[in-house]
Design a protein around this ligand. Structure first.
Ligand SMILES: [Zn+2]
Length: 445
């Protein structure tokens, strides 16, 4: 697909997340994603075009090419993925003659892996952004992450262009493919106001591409569809993640390729002129374009929202773990203080007895020493013994003082520690209740 088509699809995906009826479980998150997105939408044109303008990985990562396996024994069937029923590519695919028939895949092509890895790296980037302190040299910026959302949208959109999933090589290589994409891009460019100098759309009051008076029917269909179509959260019965889902998209995109450009001529003969004369173009191009572009919007919105919700679930879990840790610490502090208070009478008596004994010993040594001095005999050993007894007395007294100080401190801080513990408990309960709201059976990602 071309530059403005890519940017427009990404903007329409944003609009879909904002205007579709999102299931209750993901509603708050969807709102938060849109609020976040709107700060960075100006990068949509450059971001969604980055794979073509800079990465230039078209020959491997923008495609996954299928072809019918003509060597398979007659009657062989293969299973295609089960997708959400609202996907029109899927509905058309189910009616295709080629549905269930064996196919061959070029293993060098990795658009599904690209989508999966971008999804994971988005979530990782948010985690790093959350955990790193402000100003950390390794922290990714929100701008950077938004760019990657738009880059991801490019690969998702490309998988919906049937000829990206079709191994046939048409006349003059890319002629028909380029023509179809030009038609779409022209419709985008003539339907919305574009700020060419700043490489972005002009926006309407809601923050979406501003429509021109000459608004194309195809664009109108997609705009209507993104509000009307039921938003299905699940990937589809046969899919568990971005990779599976994109793999399914590519299968049905391959089937759509044979409607968009039927195999009634040898591929090498199908030029742009021949294609434009075909019934497929004259009768069905608009119909197929609706399916392809509306589904591309749907898939971008779905993959984005899934990535975002996974990050938000992680964030909520991390917050809960933090509050639980705080509660554990507050619990321990309170227990320690209570133990100090409970143990005090016994500990104090024991230590006071030790002080008493040490005092008696020191007094006896003193008397011993005084007697030796009075006699005028040798006093060094007596003096040493006296000093040692006095040191022991001082040490015992110090311990007793410490026991008393600890008791007083525990007494004084007890109310405060109780309040802190209660506050920590309230935080944990609040967080747990909040998370419970998100943890229904509908949350399978
Ligand atoms: Zn591309």
């Amino acid at each position: 697909m071309k530059k403005y088509t890519h940017a427009w699809l990404a903007m329409m995906a944003m609009k879909r997340i904002e205007t579709a009826k999102i299931p209750a479980r993901q509603q708050d998150d969807a709102k938060a994603l849109i609020t976040w997105f709107k700060n960075y939408r100006d990068f949509v044109l450059s971001g969604a075009w980055y794979p073509d303008s800079v990465f230039k990985d078209m020959s491997t990562s923008h495609i996954v090419k299928y072809e019918p396996d003509t060597s398979a024994p007659e009657g062989t069937t293969v299973s295609f993925r089960v997708m959400p029923p609202t996907l029109q590519l899927y509905q058309y695919g189910l009616k295709s003659d080629m549905y269930g028939k064996p196919f061959l895949l070029n293993k060098r092509h990795n658009i599904c892996d690209r989508c999966e890895s971008f999804t994971e790296s988005l979530i990782d980037s948010f985690k790093i952004l959350t955990m790193e302190n402000d100003g950390s040299p390794i922290v990714p910026s929100n701008n950077h992450i938004a760019m990657r959302f738009f880059i991801l949208s490019h690969y998702i959109a490309d998988a919906h262009m049937p000829l990206h999933c079709d191994a046939r090589s048409f006349y003059n290589d890319n002629e028909v493919h380029g023509f179809i994409e030009d038609v779409w891009d022209q419709q985008v460019r003539s339907s919305y106001y574009i700020d060419e100098d700043n490489e972005r759309f002009f926006y309407d009051p809601q923050g979406y591409p501003l429509k021109q008076e000459t608004f194309s029917e195809l664009m109108q269909y997609v705009e209507d569809e993104l509000r009307k179509r039921q938003f299905i959260w699940s990937w589809g019965a046969g899919c568990g993640n971005t990779w599976d889902y994109m793999s399914g998209i590519s299968q049905y995109s391959y089937l759509m390729a044979y409607r968009l450009v039927p195999a009634d001529h040898a591929p090498s003969e199908i030029s742009k002129a021949l294609y434009m004369e075909s019934e497929a173009f004259k009768e069905h191009f608009f119909e197929y374009s609706k399916v392809i572009l509306a589904d591309a919007v749907e898939s971008i919105a779905k993959v984005w929202l899934h990535a975002w919700v996974r990050y938000r679930d992680w964030f909520r879990g991390t917050e809960l773990a933090y509050f639980k840790d705080q509660l554990k610490k507050a619990d321990k502090n309170l227990k320690d203080a209570n133990k100090t208070i409970d143990d005090y009478p016994e500990k104090k008596d024991k230590q006071a007895a030790k002080v008493k004994t040490a005092k008696e010993t020191a007094d006896a040594k003193q008397a011993d020493y005084d007697a030796a001095v009075a006699k005028g005999g040798k006093t060094e050993k007596k003096a040493e013994s006296l000093a040692s007894a006095q040191a022991k007395l001082a040490e015992a007294q110090e311990k007793l003082d410490a026991i008393e100080a600890a008791y007083k401190e525990a007494e004084a801080s007890l109310e405060n520690l109780k309040a802190l513990r209660l506050a920590a408990k309230i935080e944990v309960d609040r967080k747990q209740a909040e998370i419970k709201r998100y943890a229904d059976s509908n949350s399978g990602i």
